[in-house]
Each structure stands twice: as structure tokens, then as C-alpha cells.
Design a protein around this ligand. Structure first.
Ligand SMILES: C[S@@+](CC[C@H](N)C(=O)[O-])C[C@H]1O[C@@H](n2cnc3c(N)ncnc32)[C@H](O)[C@@H]1O
Length: 378
């Protein structure tokens, strides 16, 4: 805490901050032009995330998106052949991201039009599918795990939407903490009990790196089907990437962080640590470091998880003093499994917030495909 510092420590920190700021200004002033994109012969081919989720033909299923954020679930469902009907998202900046990437989508964003709590969903009655990630801070290990008592618990609104719109299926995602024992009664009271009379519900965790995303990240999914016949056809997605052959057949090797970013071989590579969950931690932070423990892995990868820059050229122009690779928003976009043409609106901290909050699109795609199969369309 700042007030616990001695004068001497405070002076030292201030001098370091000023030195670092001056260095940044100087480097950016003189080297951005040299480092413009296209002038990076030392970098190899980057992972093309679209290869992980080839666009499927439209099968006629229509989907409604709640708590849409920067569009991870929306994009995965679109690539799996669903027709996007509307997105509800309270933050304007997320709405801007969705509109920029998909100008033809119906995006309801902002404190009035985008607030799921005040929306009526009977207009969507009969839609095929509702998906969403109700805000997860109440369950996150990074949060205080207050569950039902946390005002950010929006599960009741997700449930209300499902009961009003009566889709054939729903998909809800959340952080892994949601399946901890201490939240058993929360899950029963807030999700299972109100929905179980109408839906058969499945719960499972998916690790993103098993679907080709170059990052260690787990999400919990709840999938529900209104008809028993659809529920009987449901099987959760099988991993597409791994170390060896799995029970469900051969898989592709994991996509590792350096290799996916197109960085030179240094004799060490692995999937990136979990990127910090968005909009938590210190405000306006431009770092993606999630825990102290993961710093060791970033160090071994020689990738610097702080001071993410808006563009690749600015990142190249401003290498960290330890010489590690400094990331740009585009690099974090890739590590989260978004394709390079998906652009996040806002300042760096807002883009990182949307990235860190999202479901990795290839994971969303895998779930969306399986749901379509259960609904008998693919
Ligand atoms: C976990 S994120 C969802 C991420 C999204 N599923 C994706 O894959 O990119 C939750 C989102 O819910 C939004 N949100 C929070 N309260 C809301 C409300 N009352 N109405 C609509 N959106 C809300 C947050 O702004 C945040 O973007």
C-alpha cells in the first residue's frame, strides 16, 4: 500500500516509474516506424484460429445471446451455423465491438436497451436457442465468492429469459468455481430447481487448450434441452487437441503459445497461462497476468504479460527491459482463440477486459456443434 512506503522507497519507485515512462516515450517516438507491420521477418506464421472452427453452413437454428460481452459465444455459434437473432449487453463498449464486427446483427447495448434485468423475452418465444454467460465474479476464485448474495448474480435473469422464451435448448457458461461444493446449493436453487421441470440439464467443464486454443483456461457449461428426445441425443464435445490418442480417437497436438504467436523456437513452449479475467483487478490495467504463479511460465516463454500495447508495431518498438516479447492486443486476441479480423473496441484495458471475460470461440463452437447435433440438424 502506498501509505506504508518509506519516503526513500517512494522516491525510488517514483524514479523507476519516471525512467520507465521516459524510456517508453523515447522508444515509441523513434522506433514505431521502423517496427511497422510487415517489417518483422524474424516472426513465423501465426496460428489461424479460423482453422479451429471452419464456418459451417446455416442449418436454420436461431440463437439469442445474453450477457454477450465482446462476442466469444456469439462468434462460436455463428461459425457453427446458427443465425444470430439479438445480443443483450449492458456495456456500450462491448456493443460497439459487436456492431463493428457484425454491422448487420441486432445489438441491444447500454444501460437501458442492453440490460438483461429489465428486458422482456416473450418476444423471442419459440426461438431455438438461448446462450449466455451471466456475470461470473460471484463465483470466481479471484472474487470473494459471495454467490447468491452478490448483486452481480444474474442467473435469475438468465433463468427468467429461458422460461419466457422457452427455447428448444439453452447454453450457459461460467467460471469453474461454479461447480465447487460450496456452490452446490446455489446451483440447485438458482439454476436446477427453476429449470428442471422444463429442461434436462447437463453440466461439464471444458479446457480451452483441448480445442486448439493456445491457453490454459477452463469454463463450466450448463446445457439444457426441452425435449427428452433431444436430450437423449446429447453428448459433450470430445477434445480435438491433446498429447496422445484419446478414447474418442486421434487428436491434433496442442497449439503452444510461442508457436501460435509465430515466435522463434527457444527450446521451450507450452500453452499460455490463463489470461486475467476481464474488468477485475486494478482498473485500467494493461496486463494479463492472472496469478503470481503464472509469472514463472510467462518468464520461461519469454513473453511479457504486462504493458500490452494497442498495436504490434508499438509493442515491437517498446520491448521490456528483460528483452522478452511484448504483446499487443492482437496477440492476446489470438491467445484467447479469436480470429485476427475480430477487432475489440476501446482502449487497451477495455479490449483486454472483453478478451479476458470471453468464452474462447473455438470452445463455444464445439459446444454449439454438439447442441445442433442433439437438436437433429447436423
Ligand atoms: C462473462 S461476460 C460474457 C462474455 C461472453 N459470453 C463472451 O463469450 O464474450 C459477462 C457480460 O455480462 C455483461 N453484463 C453484466 N450485467 C449485465 C446486465 N444486467 N445486462 C446485460 N449484460 C450484463 C458484462 O458487461 C459482461 O460483458
Amino acid at each position: 500500500m502506498a501509505y506504508e512506503l518509506t519516503d526513500e522507497q517512494r522516491d525510488r519507485y517514483r524514479a523507476t516509474a519516471i525512467r520507465s515512462q521516459l524510456r517508453k516515450q523515447e522508444l515509441l517516438r523513434f522506433h514505431v516506424e521502423d517496427a511497422e507491420e510487415g517489417n518483422h521477418q524474424q516472426f513465423g506464421a501465426r496460428l489461424d484460429v479460423n482453422d479451429l472452427m471452419p464456418q459451417l453452413e446455416a442449418h436454420g437454428l436461431a440463437s439469442l445471446s445474453l450477457f454477450s460481452g465482446g462476442g466469444g459465444l456469439d462468434l462460436g455459434f455463428e461459425r457453427a451455423g446458427y443465425q444470430h437473432v439479438a445480443s443483450f449487453e449492458i456495456l456500450d463498449i462491448c456493443g460497439e465491438t459487436l456492431r463493428t464486427n457484425r454491422p448487420t446483427w441486432d445489438i441491444r447495448s447500454g444501460a437501458e436497451a442492453g440490460d438483461v434485468r429489465s428486458a422482456r423475452f416473450s418476444a423471442f418465444r419459440g426461438i431455438d436457442l438461448v446462450h449466455g454467460g451471466p456475470p461470473c465474479q460471484p463465483f470466481s476464485v479471484a472474487g470473494k465468492q459471495a454467490g447468491a448474495s452478490d448483486p452481480r448474480n444474474m442467473w435469475p435473469d438468465f433463468v427468467r429469459c429461458v422460461l419466457q422464451a422457452r427455447p428448444r435448448a439453452f447454453v450457459a457458461e461460467n467460471v469453474p468455481g461454479m461447480l465447487d461444493r460450496k456452490f452446490e446449493s446455489f446451483v440447485r436453487d438458482n439454476i436446477l430447481t427453476p429449470l428442471e421441470d422444463h429442461y434436462t440439464i447437463f453440466r461439464f467443464k471444458l479446457p480451452a487448450h483441448e480445442f486448439g486454443v493456445p491457453q490454459a483456461r477452463r469454463r463450466v457449461f450448463f446445457v439444457g434441452f426441452r425435449s427428452k428426445r433431444d436430450a437423449a441425443r446429447w453428448t459433450p464435445p470430445a477434445p480435438t487437441h491433446g498429447e496422445t490418442e484419446t478414447l474418442s480417437g486421434p487428436v491434433m497436438p496442442y497449439n503452444l503459445a510461442r508457436q501460435s504467436l509465430g515466435l522463434p523456437d527457444i527450446g521451450f513452449d507450452q500453452v499460455a497461462p490463463t489470461l486475467r479475467s476481464g474488468f477485475t483487478g486494478p482498473r485500467n490495467t494493461t496486463g494479463v497476468l492472472n496469478s503470481k504463479a503464472s509469472l514463472n511460465i510467462w518468464n520461461q516463454l519469454r513473453v511479457w504479460p504486462n504493458g500490452v500495447q494497442p498495436t504490434p508495431s508499438m509493442a515491437r518498438a517498446y520491448p521490456p527491459e528483460n528483452g522478452h516479447f511484448r504483446m499487443s492486443v492482437a496477440d492476446c486476441t489470438l491467445l484467447q482463440g479469436f480470429p485476427s479480423d475480430w477487432k475489440f473496441s476501446g482502449a487497451v484495458y477495455q479490449a483486454l477486459g472483453q478478451i479476458g471475460n470471453s468464452v474462447c470461440p473455438p470452445v463455444a463452437y464445439a459446444v454449439a456443434r454438439q447442441v445442433a447435433r442433439a437438436l437433429g440438424v447436423s
